[in-house]
Design a protein around this ligand. Structure first.
Ligand SMILES: Nc1ncnc2c1ncn2[C@@H]1O[C@H](COP(=O)(O)OP(=O)(O)O)[C@@H](O)[C@H]1O
Ligand SMILES: Cc1ncc(COP(=O)(O)O)c(N)n1
Length: 286
C-alpha cells in the first residue's frame, strides 16, 4: 500500500499556528505525507499579521505543477487564497490533475482582523472553487459573507447552509467557534440531505490561533486515508478539542493550539478516554 499524500494550498504563517505550518504539523500527526503549495507569505505572530506578500502567479503554478506531475494526493485542502487570480489557478490545477477530494477552508480574515482574501474574490470562491469542492468549512463570519445571510440562531444557520449548497459544493460544515453557549457545535449538511452535528464543551481560551486551519487539516488527513466523512469529522473535532484543551502558552496574544495534544494526551479510546470527546448527533440540524 502506498503512503497517503495530502496537499495543502495555503499561506505561510511565520508564527507557526495557522496556515501551511498548521496544516503540515497536523498532517504529520495524523499519519499522512504532507505536500504544499504556498499562495502567500505572511509576517505574523500571536499578536497579529504584520505584512502579507502574495506568491507570484507563475511560482504558484510551478508548485502546483510540480506536485501534480509527481504525486497523487488523495485529498487536497485550500486555506488562504488571497485573491481571485489565485483561486482561478487553483481551480485549473484541480481540473488538470483530477483532484477529487477537495476541502475548502474559506479563509477570509485572521483572528486579529487582518484581511486574507480580497472582498471581490469571495464571488470567485463561491462560483469557481466551491463547485469543485467536497466539503467547505466556513466559520460564522465567512458563512455570512459568502451567503449574505445573517446567522443569529440555529434556523438561520441551517438556511445559510442550504443556500451555500446551491453553489454545488457537496457538503458544508458550519463551525461553531464564533457562536456562544456552553457547547462548540459544528453542523454538517450535504447535498443528499444527510446531516449531523458535533459538539464539545466550549473551552474558555484565547489560544485559538489557527483553530480553523487545524480542524480542516485533520479532516483532510482522515479523508486522504479514505476514512468516511463522518469518521473524519469526528477525529477532526477530537483533534481540535485536544489542541485547545492542552495549550502551549506561546506568545503574548492569541496563542497557537497544541498540534500534538491529541496524540500525547488522549484519543478518546480505552484508558486514554478523553472527557471532552465530542457528542455526535444525527438527524435534523435544528
Ligand atoms: N473555545 C472553543 N472551545 C471548543 N472548541 C472550539 C472553540 N473555538 C473553536 N472551537 C472549534 O474549533 C474549530 C474551528 O472553529 P472556528 O474557531 O469557528 O474556526 P476559525 O478558526 O475558522 O474561526 C471548530 O471545530 C470549533 O467548534
Ligand atoms: C496564513 C494564514 N492562514 C490562515 C489564517 C487563519 O487563522 P486564524 O483565523 O486563526 O487567524 C491565518 N491567520 N494565516
Amino acid at each position: 500500500m502506498t503512503y497517503p499524500v495530502a496537499l495543502t494550498i495555503a499561506g505561510s504563517d511565520s508564527g507557526g499556528g495557522a496556515g501551511i505550518q498548521a496544516d503540515l504539523k497536523t498532517f504529520q500527526e495524523r499519519g499522512v505525507f504532507g505536500v504544499s503549495a504556498l499562495t502567500a507569505v505572511t509576517a505574523q505572530n500571536t499578536l497579529g499579521v504584520q505584512r502579507v506578500g502574495m506568491v507570484e502567479p507563475a511560482l504558484l503554478k510551478a508548485q502546483l505543477d510540480s506536485i501534480g506531475a509527481d504525486f497523487q494526493p488523495t485529498a487536497v485542502k485550500t486555506g488562504m487564497l488571497g485573491d481571485s487570480f489565485t483561486i482561478e489557478q487553483v481551480v485549473q490545477a484541480i481540473d488538470a490533475y483530477s483532484w477529487t477530494t477537495v476541502i475548502v477552508d474559506p479563509v477570509m480574515v485572521a483572528k486579529g482582523g487582518h484581511t486574507l482574501l480580497e472582498q471581490e474574490a469571495i464571488e470567485s470562491l463561491t462560483q469557481l472553487l466551491l463547485p469543485k469542492a467536497s466539503i467547505v468549512t466556513p466559520n460564522v463570519p465567512e458563512m455570512e459573507l459568502m451567503t449574505g445571510l445573517k446567522i443569529e440562531g440555529d434556523s438561520s444557520a441551517r438556511k445559510s447552509m442550504e443556500a451555500l449548497l446551491k453553489s454545488g459544493v457537496t457538503a458544508v460544515i458550519l463551525k461553531g467557534g464564533h457562536r456562544t453557549g456552553p457547547l462548540a457545535t459544528d453542523l454538517y449538511l450535504d447535498q443528499s440531505g444527510r446531516e449531523f452535528s458535533l459538539s464539545t464543551p466550549r473551552l474558555a481560551t484565547h489560544q485559538t490561533h489557527g483553530t480553523g486551519c487545524t480542524f480542516s487539516a485533520a479532516l483532510t488527513a482522515e479523508l486522504a486515508k479514505d476514512h468516511s466523512v463522518e469518521a473524519a469529522c469526528t477525529v477532526a473535532k477530537r483533534f481540535i478539542q485536544a489542541a485547545l484543551q492542552y495549550p502551549l502558552s506561546l506568545g503574548a496574544g492569541h496563542g497557537p493550539t497544541h498540534h500534538a495534544a491529541y496524540r500525547v494526551y488522549g484519543q478518546g479510546e480505552g484508558e486514554k478516554q478523553d472527557a471532552q470527546a465530542p457528542i455526535l448527533h444525527y438527524g435534523h440540524v435544528r
